[in-house]
Design a protein around this ligand. Structure first.
Ligand code: UD1
Ligand code: CA
Length: 456
């Protein structure tokens, strides 16, 4: 007997103080637009429909959010939070309840929203918090028995009300029937001449409705973004939480303030992460992974006991156990490194598989290649995978040895236990166990006289 749950997200604010050409809700936190944070959180609780109230830059916001199933409502003039919800009423079901959220308050958690919904047993629940500095925010007025009576905005508050430290987050769960009943009755007869959503609290109290209030687990969950400083500080709060969770799970950070996670990281035991490492997308680390300074790791799975030396870029790669990478390696999308393989300095790998125990240790480009087990790829080897129009495949079978500075012109196959001489340009397949030379023969002139400067 779940009542249907709607979400109304207010996102019409222009965000003037960001000094940006971008609508505020498209500014990014942890690499993701503010509004996407809210929408992703809503996807983890059972939301039946989501309405976004938009204003400034609406077409950009809609385009950026096209992956979500949303109902868009325009608020052409920003006449206040109450007005913003009122314009959404047409699209709001008569039954059920609604979470009212903000596109620029990105970090409210699914647990908090679930608790807020559970607390709405009489028609209305809200998220409040006691803070040290309540200036600028709506204050929660309670009667002597502690019941909520009203919300008073900063600009409307008298001396006594200004002393109240319990503030309104602006996030509520309200029965739709009450929203349909109260919103048309809002007036803008207040210090700011705005339609205050907060006035529905007074109306509910007058109807004898007991208003529930809960607090979020973390203060940052209700913090909004109005300027660059707030965005940066909220980013730090979020990073602090992600790092803390990983520390609890057994990850050692050399300095927890010098790592950023723009996405998610899951990690096994005894993982070490040195300074200035950035994770993006979803990253999965096994046990005993050792990551040195300055790495950028994006959408990667890294197996047990891998060692990532300094300054590598690892992007959409799948890495087995016991693999050594770097320093200065670039693993591009669809790189697969099997167990105990090694990729050394100044090596770029793209769309290629390196078999178990194989090594590409120095200065190579490996693209569109399938390399077997126990292969040694010498220094400076290049797979010439591109003829200017098409990409072609290079296949290197188990235990092959590719001498330094060889160019393997794809499509080409190098056989099992084959050897390619250093400096070769290989344009034809090499058979199993064969030795292939593809280079000019060395000639020699004995007793060669070097030219000498003429005396003038
Ligand atoms: C509101 C609350 C206040 C609370 C504070 C928390 C009211 C009257 N006051 O303050 O009690 O402490 O949030 O941050 O509700 N928006 C629209 N259309 C509008 C007006 C606002 O979409 O016409 C959106 C803004 O983009 C923003 C959110 O609503 O995301 C809150 O607006 P803002 O002006 O920051 O809040 P206040 O009204 O000052
Ligand atoms: Ca305002």
């Amino acid at each position: 007997m779940d009542t249907p749950l709607s979400v109304i997200i207010l996102a019409a604010g222009k965000g003037t103080r960001m000094q940006s050409a971008k609508p505020k809700v498209l500014q990014t936190l942890a690499g993701k637009p503010l509004l996407s944070h809210v929408l992703d959180t809503c996807q983890t609780i059972n939301v039946d429909s989501t309405i976004v109230v938009y204003g400034f830059g609406g077409e950009h916001v809609q385009k950026a959010m096209s992956a979500y199933e949303l109902t868009w409502v325009a608020q052409t003039e920003q006449l206040g939070t109450g007005h913003a919800v009122k314009v959404a009423l047409d699209k709001l079901p008569k039954d059920g309840q609604s979470l009212i959220l903000y596109g620029d308050v990105p970090l409210v958690s699914a647990d908090t929203l679930a608790a807020l919904q559970a607390a709405n047993t009489h028609g209305m629940s809200m998220l409040t918090l006691r803070v040290d500095d309540p200036f600028g925010l709506g204050r929660i007025k309670r009667d002597k028995a502690g019941n909520i009576e009203a919300i008073v905005e900063q600009k409307d508050a008298d001396e006594a009300e200004q002393q109240i430290t319990e503030i309104n987050s602006g996030i509520y769960c309200v029965d739709n029937a009450l929203l349909h009943k109260y919103l048309p009755k809002l007036s803008n007869n207040n210090a700011q001449g705005e339609y205050y959503l907060t006035d529905i609290v007074k109306m509910a109290v007058a109807d004898g409705i007991a208003i529930a209030a809960i607090e979020p687990e973390h203060a940052f969950e209700i913090e909004g973004v109005n300027n660059r400083q707030q965005l940066a500080s909220l980013e730090r709060s979020w990073q602090g939480k992600l790092i803390h969770d990983l520390q609890v799970a057994g990850v050692q950070f050399a300095d927890p303030t010098r790592v950023d996670i723009r996405g998610s990281v899951s990690a096994g035991q005894d993982v070490f992460v040195d300074v200035n490492v950035v994770f993006e997308g979803d990253c999965i680390l096994g046990d005993n992974v050792y990551i040195e300074a300055g790495n950028v790791i994006k959408h990667a799975r890294i197996g047990n006991a891998c060692h990532i030396k300094p300054h590598c870029v690892i992007d959409h790669a799948n890495i087995g156990a016991g693999v050594d990478i770097g320093p200065f390696a670039h693993l591009r999308p669809d790189t697969v490194l099997s167990d105990n393989s090694k990729v050394g300095n100044f090596v770029e790998i793209k769309k290629s598989t390196l078999g178990t125990g194989s090594k590409v240790n120095h200065l190579s480009y490996i693209g569109d290649a399938t390399i077997g087990a126990e292969v040694n790829v010498g220094a400076g080897v290049i797979t010439c995978n591109y003829d200017g129009v098409n990409k072609s495949q290079t296949v290197i079978k188990d235990k092959a040895f590719i001498g330094s500075n060889a160019s393997l012109v794809a499509p080409v196959n190098i056989g099992d236990t084959a050897t390619v001489a250093a400096g070769s340009v290989i344009t034809k397949d090499v058979d199993d166990n064969a030795l292939a030379f593809g280079r000019a023969r060395q000639t020699q002139k004995d007793n060669f006289q070097r030219p000498s400067k003429k005396n003038t």
